[in-house]
Design a protein around this ligand. Structure first.
Ligand code: GUN
Length: 294
């Protein structure tokens, strides 16, 4: 067994997000002086409790910053056509700068087809093919997906060197894993990137060679200390609910990374208080940017 390396430093997403908000305050007051109030519409369909919590946090962040938000809720048995009509209306609304459709949508809806309808200039999630396509081309001037760009901002803020480092992204989702790998390999960041996924042979061995490990699989505490290189930077993107009878509510939040990793990594992002607040901060930044570009 490898000896414990150290107690990992905390990659404090909450503190980093607060510094992003500080910068945004100044940009928002400049916009307001020019008579522009940044305005974000958030559409949620159905009653997934976790999605409602995330949307609530996004709306609260808007309130904190003086960004106007319009919150639209539809029942889970709504038709795809109803969602399509709302998106078309929001696209046409000149007073609105950003549109976010909370994922996941109910299973009977074509989520990607609906995302394609959002005007790329209002696509503050960065999920539209035009924005993702720009990212694939290495053009960083489009809307970047919030969770991966939040991770990059947090690494930079903590002064973590990326050039020439080996990075492993565990998970290849449309929202996190894939764009994360592109950002880590981009010019100027310059990691050598490997994506590990459900068909990877021996993910543990692949991850254990990473200088920078991004865990984004959505499986509670799957990454244990033996998956981690001593002194690695470990970013935990997971937010999982696990049963816990010792808590009054009967559950607790857990990341994809086990607490044993804290004795081996040099840096570790906590859950909660790591990537979550950064995702929201990047959403706010994209909304302000969309308003500035108008
Ligand atoms: N569901 C989980 N994360 C996200 C996100 O960043 N944006 C949207 N729209 N839905 C999500």
């Amino acid at each position: 067994m490898t000896a414990p390396y150290m107690v990992a430093q905390r990659l404090d997403g909450k503190a980093c997000a607060a510094s992003v908000e500080e910068e945004l305050h100044a940009r928002i007051s400049t916009l307001k002086q020019a008579g522009i109030i940044p305005h974000l519409a958030v559409l949620i369909v159905g009653n997934d409790p976790a999605s409602h919590v995330y949307v609530g946090s996004k709306v609260k962040a808007c309130e904190r910053l003086g960004i106007k938000s319009t919150h639209i809720e539809l029942p889970s048995d709504s038709s795809e056509n109803e969602v399509r009509e709302i998106i078309n209306k929001l696209n046409a609304d000149e007073s609105l700068h950003g549109i976010l459709v909370q994922s996941p949508l109910p299973k009977h809806m074509d989520e990607e087809g609906l995302t394609d309808l959002i005007s790329p200039s209002k696509d503050v999630d960065g999920f539209h093919p035009e924005n993702l396509g720009r990212l694939v081309q290495g053009r960083m001037d489009g809307m970047l997906p919030c969770t991966p760009s939040g991770v990059m901002r947090m690494l930079k803020w903590a002064g973590i060197e990326t050039s020439g480092k080996s990075a492993v992204v565990l998970g290849r989702s449309r929202i996190v894993g894939n764009p994360m790998a592109l950002l880590l390999g981009a010019k100027g960041v310059d990691c050598t990137v490997t994506v590990a996924h459900s068909r990877t042979v021996d993910s543990r061995d692949v991850c254990s060679k990473a200088d920078i490990l991004i865990a984004a699989v959505g499986r509670a505490e799957m990454v244990t200390a033996d998956w981690v290189k001593p002194g690695a930077v470990v970013v935990d993107v997971g937010i999982n609910r696990v049963d816990d009878s010792t808590r009054d509510r009967g559950w607790r939040l857990a990341g994809d990374v086990d607490s044993s990793v804290a004795d081996k990594a040099a840096w570790l992002s906590p859950v909660p208080g790591g990537v979550g607040p950064m995702t929201i901060a990047m959403l706010m930044e994209n909304t302000v940017r969309a308003a500035e570009m108008k």
